[in-house]
Design a binder for this molecule. Structure first.
Ligand code: SF4
Length: 63
């Protein structure tokens, strides 16, 4: 599974990181960073949940 993060759209609320800290991290400027280019299978459900909670829809599952 792959994710796309629209870093220009991210407002740094950190909800994705709260839900799935193994998948999402905020950098020093409070912009989301993806920790995996390809999300490991055991983290897919968490990754999806993290993407869903983003209030500005900056996270998308792409494959
Ligand atoms: S939940 Fe959305 S806006 Fe908030 S840090 Fe994550 S990607 Fe950015």
């Amino acid at each position: 599974m792959k994710l796309d993060a629209d870093r220009a759209r991210c407002e740094g609320h950190g909800l994705c990181e709260d839900v799935a800290p193994e998948v999402f991290e905020l950098d020093d400027d409070a912009v989301v960073v993806l920790l995996h280019e390809e999300v490991p299978e055991e983290l897919e459900r968490k990754a999806e949940a993290g993407a869903r909670v983003c209030p500005v829809a900056a996270l998308r599952v792409t494959a």
